[in-house]
Design a protein around this ligand. Structure first.
Ligand code: CTP
Ligand code: CA
Length: 228
């Protein structure tokens, strides 16, 4: 529905988007992270800005150029990303495209960790759960009117995605099947299914992340105008 996209659809609205991976420090030189490129979130920020919104883009460590007229806040860890997202409130829309690390090392060693020269043993890293940024904002005193999540899944993709929609108190979830080669995580193209609270799945055909971003922003704008 590329034709649904019109400039000015989001004029006067504040759209908050997070994107990219988070990096969880082990010591001053090492971290745990994932392969998220941030492409989908940056494409959404660009499309929202083109639709006239004021856009705040909270970005983990990625190498993507900042889209025109987008206010970018760079962060490293999940805890920092949550703080930056909360600081950006109030917002009309929150789109959580970031691949937030589910766990972080319980503590970051103050100095570079050394191997034990007297032993060939492996090492165990104690990890703790990170905060859920999306669930926190979707249950916040300043909850954005429209909270949108992503769910990259394998197997029962729509089942898992609908569970997250309900569990995290979302208005919309964008599901994609990451077992399909060439789309989704770190790829240039994606194919997604939108699921809303009526649990009616709306598939969007495989396309560039730019094209899908415009379609998603058109759906978001329509929902702000006509809440269901
Ligand atoms: N998310 C988040 N904070 C987290 C984990 C996830 O905000 N600590 C958001 C993601 O940005 C995404 C949605 O929640 O929009 C779903 O992420 P996903 O990793 O699929 O879900 P989890 O709740 O982490 O469940 P699991 O990884 O166990 O499937
Ligand atoms: Ca996760």
């Amino acid at each position: 529905c590329a034709d649904c996209f019109e400039r000015g659809l989001l004029t006067g609205r504040h759209v908050l988007i997070n994107a990219g991976p988070t990096r969880e420090a082990i010591d001053p030189v090492r971290y745990i992270s994932n392969h998220s490129s941030g492409k989908m979130g940056f494409a959404l920020a660009e499309a929202a800005a083109e639709a006239g919104a004021r856009v705040t883009l909270v970005a983990g460590p990625v190498s993507q150029p900042t889209p025109a007229r987008v206010e970018r806040v760079d962060v490293i860890s999940a805890v920092e990303m949550l703080a930056a997202c909360e600081s950006a409130l109030p917002a009309d829309v929150f789109i959580a495209s970031a691949a937030v690390a589910d766990y972080r090392p319980a503590s970051c060693a103050p100095g570079k960790l050394k191997k034990d020269p007297g032993s060939d043993d492996g090492m165990t890293l104690h990890m703790v759960r990170n905060p859920d940024i999306l669930a926190t904002l979707a249950n916040h005193a300043q909850r954005p009117g429209l909270c949108v999540g992503f769910a990259a899944e394998t197997d029962d993709v729509l089942g898992y995605a609908s569970d997250k929609l309900t569990r995290k108190n979302l208005d919309l979830i964008i599901a994609n099947d990451v077992s399909q080669p060439g789309i989704g995580f770190n790829a240039d193209e994606n194919a997604v299914t939108l699921i809303d609270r009526s649990l009616a799945p709306q598939p969007l055909a495989q396309a560039s992340k730019q094209k899908l971003a415009r379609q998603i922003i058109a759906v978001v704008a329509a929902r702000l105008t006509n809440p269901s």
